[in-house]
Design a binder for this molecule. Structure first.
Ligand SMILES: *[C@@H]1O[C@H](CO)[C@@H](O)[C@H](O)[C@H]1NC(C)=O
Ligand SMILES: *[C@@H]1O[C@H](CO)[C@@H](O)[C@H](O)[C@H]1NC(C)=O
Ligand SMILES: *[C@@H]1O[C@H](CO)[C@@H](O)[C@H](O)[C@H]1NC(C)=O
Length: 476
């Protein structure tokens, strides 16, 4: 069933149950006077089915020479403990490092304290057995060799080759429910997430960017967003405004009322947030490309992913784009830095010396990327590096995907509306605030920017490019 249908069904069920419970049996007279919305609101409160807006505090900075990622803080367990997890729209589950993990990071230079989740020290933790519906759904049918008491395992490999595996647990998630302008109260909900026992690649080391885990904001039923929506806590709509100037930004669950944002349809039945890219314009020149270059399917298409630092383009697109980007600066000398970045010295204002790049999508939605977004400062202003990357084909058919990460998504409000299967964005000041709707009361609330990064870290000379996209789809 599509998510929208489900919400409507839940709403109808709630409305009907309230008529029976409150109307017919208990208050037969009052039933006549109460509007359907009043019944729903009352019922929502009584049953805890409050579709509320949620404010996730952000930290981090998408600039590759800074942290190269964005993260949020969550409470897990009872009593709740704090965990810092990367926010990633390219994967589908929440997992955190667990107590039995032998190769988990213990220290992070992000200025945060890392915590291992211990099911035994939480009063409400429960193992998820392989017989539970969640596990069967995760395995697309009964897990092979499942016997009762066997925990439900999970395993994920990300696009940068790092991997995590462990088992699923169920426990309380504590998050910030929006209940006033710039005001929140803690609310909790029981959810299923991964307890990470074995990590590899960048996830396994006490690297500078180490966090407690990753929170996947994908469309699958296993994501925290889908679980909260299925239990009637939130609408399946979220948005982010990633601030790569000051760090942190805005991340909210709920319908955004302001700013107004135009959208493009999400390609249905895809594992990621895929959109239909039509053309690319550099300085009002449209790139001349084969008509099928951005077509979806077989690991192709255009993916929007907050867990990826940079932006990756098919070889043909990359070559043309780079040629046009550099055309105003014929004498520029390019250096290869860390075997992957083209860098150059430039003393002027990059927004005057380089062109704007504009992506055009289905339904006339466009996305403008300014030179100060796609060029990043290296070595304290002595050098600039180009963020555009050539995508290295991982699909068996050799076709390349287009992957748009934080490089192009920063300094914009990006709205993922899964109820209407659409995604949209608009240029925005991510240090300011947005307005979201509180479904329970209909009130419009201000959600502000946060930067929970406690230190302003500067990782000069070390460039990490996170690439947090579930890799499975690329191996079709
Ligand atoms: C996701 O959940 C919905 C509602 O519970 C269900 O109808 C649907 O089949 C599930 N989708 C998958 C892929 O399991
Ligand atoms: C969840 O919230 C309820 C109501 O606010 C509270 O009584 C309960 O202690 C909370 N549980 C956890 C695990 O935080
Ligand atoms: C962005 O918003 C912040 C907070 O409201 C404000 O201090 C800052 O000046 C704004 N920046 C720009 C460029 O408008």
């Amino acid at each position: 069933m599509d998510p929208r249908g489900l919400v409507i069904l839940v709403a109808i069920l709630v409305a009907e149950m309230s008529c029976v419970a409150d109307g017919t049996l208990v208050f037969p007279v009052e039933r006549q006077k109460r509007s359907l919305s009043a019944i729903k609101a009352h019922d929502a409160q009584r049953r805890g089915r409050i579709l509320s807006a949620v404010d996730l505090n952000l930290g981090g900075n998408g600039v590759p020479t800074n942290t190269g990622l964005y993260y949020t803080k969550l409470g897990l367990g009872s009593p709740p403990k704090d965990y810092y997890v990367q926010v990633d729209t390219g994967s589908d589950i929440l997992w955190v490092n667990c107590v039995e993990c032998s190769r988990c990071p213990r220290k992070s230079d992000l200025g945060i304290e890392l915590t291992l989740y211990d099911p035994k020290s939480s009063e409400t933790a429960e193992l998820v057995s392989c017989e539970q519906d969640f596990c069967a759904a995760a395995y697309d049918g009964p897990m092979p060799g499942c016997k009762s008491e066997i925990p439900c395992p999970y395993s994920i490999t990300y696009g940068d080759g790092s991997a995590t595996s462990g088992y699923y647990v169920q426990d309380y998630l504590t998050y910030n429910r929006v209940n006033g302008n710039l005001l929140t109260t803690p609310q909790n909900s029981s959810i299923i997430f991964g307890c990470g026992a074995v990590q590899s690649g960048t996830l396994g080391s006490s690297s500078e960017q180490a966090l407690d885990g990753i929170m996947g904001f994908g469309q699958a039923n296993s994501s925290v967003l889908s679980q909260l929506a299925a239990s009637g806590k939130v609408k399946k709509i979220f948005s982010h405004c990633l601030d790569n100037i000051r760090g942190g930004g805005i991340f909210a669950i709920g319908e955004v009322v302001e700013p107004k944002v135009s959208t493009t349809p999400l390609v249905p039945r895809m594992a990621h947030y895929n959109v239909v890219l039509k053309t690319i314009e550099v300085d009002t020149d449209t790139l001349q490309l084969p008509s099928d270059i951005f077509e979806s399917g077989n690991g192709r298409g255009t993916i929007i992913d907050s867990g990826t630092t940079l932006a990756y383009l098919p070889g043909l697109v990359y070559d043309q784009l780079m040629q046009k980007v550099l055309t105003r600066q014929p004498g520029l000398k390019l250096y290869l830095v860390e075997q992957q970045f083209s860098c150059f010295q430039y003393a002027g204002n990059v927004d005057r010396g380089f062109p704007v790049v504009k992506f055009h999508f289905e339904d006339s939605l466009s996305l403008t990327v300014y030179p100060h977004d796609y060029l990043f400062d290296f070595n304290d202003g002595r050098m600039w590096c180009i963020g555009w990357q050539k995508s290295v084909s991982q699909a068996k058919n050799g076709k390349d995907m287009t992957l748009l990460g934080d490089l192009v998504l920063s300094n914009k409000v990006v709205i993922y509306d899964l109820e209407n299967m659409a995604i949209g964005w608009t240029d925005y000041n991510c240090s300011s605030s947005i307005k979201v709707k509180d479904e329970a009361t209909g009130a419009v609330r201000t959600v502000g920017a946060h930067d929970i990064s406690s230190v302003s870290t500067c990782f000069i000379g070390r460039i990490l490019t996170f690439f947090l996209l579930l890799i499975a789809i690329l191996n079709y």
